[in-house]
Design a protein around this ligand. Structure first.
Ligand code: CAA
Length: 288
């Protein structure tokens, strides 16, 4: 009999939360995704439906599997609906106060003492989230997915100093056997493995644009055609969301104090203007 968690919760219906919920539901899990109000819960469900429909259109999911996945998925505006979950992934906004509040609430309401409380944070120290839940800290770890979640196979598994090794093993096996992902073990330092390398690259591209050294098109085309990246760094920053890029950069800079992590002014101004990338229709590029 499988001991993998099956009742999965996701907190946050943004692009990461919906992607995680979609992948779990498509792989047979019973999923509850929670948002702050009914309108956002409905929007999360709609986003998942259209992503699954895209999967069907591209021949990645059969009509039957798509219907079954949606049947296993519930979008809710009631946080307490997570009480019976065996594994919950929080995927709320990349702000430490918000994530700590969510993890504390999960620590209070999730009933199973063996439940795994995971965070999809890109940069916030997992140990601080673990420390926030007192005697459940051994069950808190990072489970960091990559956008678009249904397409990219990597997941970073990030234990903190407080995480039980058995919880790491269970999460790893769940990622491989159930979610069909390829995990790597990443250190609990700001940015983990991938963002420590990726963010300075994205910021360098934005600085190059800001300084007028090259056009956006030429920067992106250079990396796509010269290095076989699927998309250039400016398009990728817009895909990730410029607010998220700034959030990660600030956390990395606060911890490492190295100039290569400092967010450039252009990036900060775009965020201040509400131009957050693809999700708002404007960012480093215009999408409307
Ligand atoms: N389910 C399953 N498969 C899907 C799907 C879905 N819902 N939607 C699309 N796909 C599949 C498509 O069928 C296609 O597969 P094939 O190549 O086998 O045909 C593939 O995904 C690509 O889809 P598209 O053709 O629609 O899109 P594309 O070819 O233009 O690629 C992209 C788009 C996937 C975004 C690609 O450009 C890419 O991989 N870019 C890089 C993204 C990246 O680096 N992400 C990491 C960001 S960092 C991060 O997320 C972490 C952080 O903390 C910031």
């Amino acid at each position: 009999m499988s001991t993998h968690p099956n009742r999965i919760g996701v907190v946050g219906g943004g692009q990461m939360g919906t992607g995680i919920a979609e992948v779990a539901a498509r792989n047979g899990c019973d999923v509850v995704i929670v948002e702050v109000d009914d309108a956002r819960a409905q929007a999360a469900r709609t986003r998942i439906e259209s992503s699954i429909a895209r999967g069907v259109k591209r021949g990645k999911v059969s009509e039957e599997d798509a219907a079954a996945a949606l049947g296993r998925l519930r979008a809710s505006a009631t946080f307490e609906d997570l009480a019976d979950r065996q594994l919950v992934v929080e995927a709320v906004v990349e702000r430490k106060d918000a994530k700590i509040e969510v993890i504390q609430r999960l620590g209070e309401i999730v009933e199973d003492p063996e439940a795994i409380l995971a965070s999809n944070t890109s940069s916030i120290p997992i140990v601080e989230l673990g420390a926030a839940v007192g005697d459940r800290s051994g069950h808190v770890l990072g489970l960091h997915f990559f956008n678009p979640v249904p397409v990219l196979s990597l997941v970073e598994v990030v234990p903190s100093l407080l995480t039980d090794e058995a919880v790491v093993d269970r999460t790893w096996a769940f990622a491989v056997d159930v979610l069909k992902k390829d995990p790597i073990r990443a250190p609990d330092r700001a940015g983990f493995t991938v963002n420590t390398l990726l963010i300075p690259y994205l910021l360098s591209a934005i600085r190059m644009l800001e300084q007028g050294l090259a056009s956006a098109k030429d920067i992106d085309e250079g990396m796509v055609k010269g290095c076989a990246h699927p998309m250039g760094p400016l398009a990728l920053a817009d895909l990730i969301g410029l607010d998220t890029v700034v959030g990660i950069a600030e956390t990395l800079y606060a911890e490492q104090r190295e100039q290569l992590f400092a967010p450039p002014a252009l990036l900060q101004r775009l965020v201040a203007a509400g131009r957050l990338g693809r999700k708002t229709g404007h960012g480093l590029y215009d999408y409307q």
